[in-house]
Design a protein around this ligand. Sequence first.
Ligand code: BG6
Length: 359
Amino acid sequence: EKGPFPFYMLKEINEQPAVLRRLAQDYLDESGKPVIEPDLLAALDQADRLYILAAGTSYNAGLAAKSVFETLANIPVEVGLASEFGYNTPLLSKKPFFLFLSQSGETADSRQVLVKVNEWGYPSLTMTNAQGSTLSREATYTMLLNAGPEIAVASTKAYTAQIALQTILAKGLGEKRGVKSAQDFNVREQLGLVANGMQTIIDEKDFINQLAQNYLATTRNAFYIGRGYDYAVSLEAALKLKEISYVQAEGFAGAELKHGTISLIEDGTPVIAIITDARVASHTRGNIQEVRARGAHVLTIAMEAVADKEDNLILADIDPLISPLLSVVPTQLLAYYTSLNRGYDVDKPRNLAKAVTVE
Ligand code: BG6
């Protein structure tokens, strides 16, 4: 039930702090250590490469988690579009492990890869919101997102749940492997900080609606820019805007602007910059100057530690490694209000289905 919310999407955005707290409860013990099936951890420990396969928003959740696995668990990661991977399979490593991300657990593009993975005899894990779903039944292991039903076609809480659960898994694997960065990463504390930070953003939703009106009300196109973790989330931010408000939006790596994209910037073109990582903050700020000089209407979302007083939205400080968990929330709300203000059916965008069961 939608309760007081006009659309499921807003309800599901609102549920995200609770979803993260529930994941921490379900998958961490009292001391904050991940509780993960020992067989699954053993199989992952033996792998020399993790292949994350998915479609749409779930694919973007894999992109955001690549650095998390590589940093915390010291395992090389390749993220692939399931629809491409099955028919254009790259040269596989000697001991691959396959992770399927799927909210519905029914996406045919992902399933066709899993069928092949099973024929090849490699181990696999499905992370899904749907217990008993096809991808869950056919994979070697399953981890449930426990995010509650996601009704809106545009995925929100499944994206953040997938990143959070992958972070817990990476922490568990890293600890098993004795990786120092995993030992030092306090996942329970971090997820708590993220949940609180999400709530702060959600409480600012009327202000975000104003930003949507100021920057995105009538535009036909828009750009998200960021570097590293902020680039990964830019792709999801752009996808949200495209899906429900029909704005032609693109996520770009900040530095790639000068290699071509900048020619698309015109007077008034909205450019939304995401800045959470001190290592690249000044470079992204440089890219902002470049687009501003060409007339872009720039909105900035920055994490407290690297924020300027001119930034439009400030995010609470969390470990930048998992910043997409937090930085995605204002972009979900920007997409939501842009769609709402244009009078669209936010939950049921044209031409899209919640689960696509054909290849
Ligand atoms: C798409 C949905 O068709 O499938 C997206 O419209 C979704 O919202 C994608 O991200 C993948 O779905 P799933 O269930 O495999 O995560």
